[in-house]
Write a protein that binds this ligand. Structure first.
Ligand code: SF4
Length: 260
């Protein structure tokens, strides 16, 4: 029996399908809920703080003091809306909320070392873009779109994990290139630069997309979309064991992880 085809392709779906089709099926098609953990919640809260810093405040007002105030508001909201409680329910051991708060604040402060927030002209944050190309819909949420002094634009994506090794750098850039492709398709503008801001390491990885690189990416996205459709038609999503299994939320459902 064929399975329903996902409504769109996003950077995370592309990497999920490439990493393990079985995990992709459980997450994207079966919608198996995934537990919250400290790492993902920290990332969510840091993104939320930076979104407010760059969207709600003009460049000259973006100081560390303002960022700390924003963090306290975001943290209080997470308490009120139950996100912190949900984390405590999902984690197997006790959760050190003080460390989580300190570490999240640390990530936000690191942004002031990685870049100068007072020199950024943000055209938008958490920008949702969607493009229909042939029979596929490409979709993505851009962390921040910046206007450069020369009138060009830069796509910025925050990363809260460790910086990748040289071998993985290309894979990590694929996501932000996907956003550049969306800018080309939706805004009819190729960004001058894309940048990954690694908050923990206060480091930026910057790259310049070209028409050719985006055209190649569009071809790759088309090939992945075709593979996803075929897998849905044949109900054929195979597990692909790798070192990533150690971080997989679906281990208990995975036939390769049987403890018999
Ligand atoms: S445990 Fe490994 S093989 Fe199984 S679904 Fe997760 S990533 Fe795929």
């Amino acid at each position: 029996m064929s399975l329903p085809v996902p409504s769109s392709l996003t950077p995370s779906k592309v990497s999920s399908f490439k990493e393990c089709a079985y995990a992709f099926r459980l997450a994207v098609i079966d919608h198996v809920p995934q537990p919250v953990n400290s790492l993902t919640l920290k990332g969510t809260l840091a993104h939320r703080c930076l979104d407010r810093l760059y969207f709600d405040f003009p460049p000259e007002s973006r100081t560390l003091e303002v960022a700390r105030d924003i963090f306290h508001q975001v943290w209080d909201d997470a308490k009120i809306n139950g996100e912190l409680k949900q984390l405590e329910e999902c984690e197997s051991g006790p959760v050190d909320l003080d460390s989580l708060a300190d570490d999240t604040m640390f990530l936000i402060e690191q942004d002031f070392i990685a870049e100068n927030p007072q020199q950024v002209t943000a055209l938008g944050t958490e920008l949702q873009l969607e493009a229909r190309v042939g029979d596929m819909t490409l979709r993505g949420i851009i962390d921040r779109l910046d206007l450069n002094p020369d009138g060009t634009i830069t796509v910025t994506d925050y990363k809260t994990g460790r910086m990748p090794g040289v071998m993985q750098e290309h894979d990590r850039l694929a996501g932000v290139y996907f956003y550049a492709l969306l800018c080309e398709q939706v805004l009819n503008v190729i960004p001058d630069t894309v940048q990954l801001v690694y908050l923990r390491d206060a480091t930026r990885i910057i790259s310049k997309p070209s028409k050719q690189s985006l055209s190649a990416l569009l071809n790759k996205a088309g090939a992945i979309w075709k593979a996803v459709r075929t897998a849905c038609e044949k109900d054929d999503f195979r597990p692909k064991p790798s070192r990533l299994c150690g971080f997989c939320n679906f281990k208990v459902l995975c036939p390769t992880q049987s403890t018999d």
